[in-house]
Structures are given as structure tokens and as C-alpha cells.
Design a protein around this ligand. Structure first.
Ligand SMILES: Cc1cc2nc3c(=O)[nH]c(=O)nc-3n(C[C@H](O)[C@H](O)[C@H](O)COP(=O)(O)O)c2cc1C
Length: 178
């Protein structure tokens, strides 16, 4: 299976990117996964829709990351109770690419609530786009202290829950993959 990870924080110092890179490492070790691509919205920096010209090469690159994937893993922070505007703006450049695509969402927060409002926001979006969302969620709390100096996650709730989150996403993707 080919998996694409979408990193959804626009910040230079994004904690979400660390979580997304950790998932990339984990997925690359799975026998069932043949390739992992990483789409970081910061690398594309698409202008607000209608307010500038996005590079055709970048659009094609992002689009191929969506289309070629058997499953999409979104890793997204919560900003003011929703997904970040920059993330939504990036997604808005595409549409049919999400239809019937297996997806999972991990939301990331610096606080104790794991970005639960962004989870619900994303679920509405995924439903609207007719994606097929894994029922298993992952709320990542206290993201600033999640990893130790060696990049190892040290938060009990995260360590308890991320394996099933990834396995259930792969299970769903495998069921639907061509
Ligand atoms: C503009 C902005 C709004 C934010 N709003 C929320 C929020 O509503 N709820 C929350 O738990 N954290 C909020 N945060 C904190 C993020 O959860 C925190 O930055 C965390 O590290 C994940 O975002 P990051 O990947 O950009 O670092 C906000 C951060 C920013 C920059």
C-alpha cells in the first residue's frame, strides 16, 4: 500500500510536523506499506485561493501525492477551534482527489484536549468531500513535550493509542485498495 501523509501546520516550529514525521517512520517499517510520501503544506505555500498564482509543478506534485496514495494520513493542529486556514486553503486546490479515498486524522494540540474541535471540523470536511474516514481517532495533547531529546514519544496516552490508530488506518486502506 502507498500512503501519503499531509502535514497541516503552517508554523516554522510546528509540533505537528514532528508527530507527522514520527508516523512516517512508523509506517515505513510496516510490511504492508510499500511507499510513504510526505506532503508538508509549508513546502508548497499555496497562495490564498484566487489571490495569487500557485506553481503548476507544485500543484501537480501535491495532486500526485493525493491521487497515487491508497490512503491519506492527515496530521493537523487545532487553531482557534478549527483546522488552520492555511491547511484548508491547501486542500481547496483539489476536490475529486479525495472522493472514496481512505483517510485518517490525527489532531495535535499544545494543550490537554488534543485538538478535538479540529477533529470534528475535519470530519465534516471529509464527509463533505466523500472521503472514507477511519473511525479511529488520535488526539495528540501536550505536543510541545511529547518527544524526548532522542525523538522518542514519552506521553502515556499517545504511546497507548497511536499503534491502533495507525493499524486501523492501514486496515481500512487495505480493504479498499485496488
Ligand atoms: C493561531 C493559533 C491558534 C491556536 N488555537 C488553538 C486552539 O484552539 N486549541 C488548542 O488546543 N491549541 C491551539 N493552538 C496551539 C497549538 O495547539 C500548538 O501550537 C500546537 O503545538 C500545535 O500546533 P503547531 O503544529 O503549529 O505547533 C493555537 C496555535 C496557534 C498558532
Amino acid at each position: 500500500m502507498r500512503i501519503t501523509i499531509i502535514q497541516g501546520s503552517p508554523r516554522d516550529q510546528a509540533n505537528t510536523a514532528k508527530v507527522a514525521r514520527f508516523f512516517e517512520e512508523q509506517l515505513a517499517q510496516k510490511d504492508a506499506v510499500s511507499a510513504v510520501r510526505f506532503l508538508d503544506i509549508r513546502s508548497f505555500n499555496f497562495p490564498n485561493w484566487g489571490m495569487g498564482e500557485a506553481s503548476k509543478e507544485d500543484l501537480a506534485l501535491f495532486q500526485s501525492g493525493l491521487v497515487d496514495a491508497d490512503g491519506l494520513l492527515f496530521v493537523v493542529p487545532e487553531y482557534n477551534g478549527r483546522v488552520p486556514g492555511a491547511f484548508k486553503n491547501t486542500l481547496d486546490y483539489f476536490r475529486g482527489e479525495y472522493k472514496k479515498k481512505p483517510m485518517a486524522i490525527a489532531t495535535v494540540s499544545g494543550g490537554p484536549f488534543g485538538g478535538v474541535n479540529a477533529l470534528y471540523d475535519f470530519r465534516d470536511w471529509a464527509h463533505y468531500m466523500e472521503g472514507i474516514l477511519s473511525p479511529t481517532k488520535l488526539l495528540v495533547s501536550k505536543a510541545g513535550v511529547l518527544f524526548n531529546e532522542h525523538g522518542v514519544p514519552v506521553e502515556e496516552h499517545f504511546n497507548l493509542n497511536y499503534p491502533a490508530f495507525l493499524d486501523d488506518f492501514l486496515w481500512l486502506t487495505q480493504k479498499i485498495a485496488k
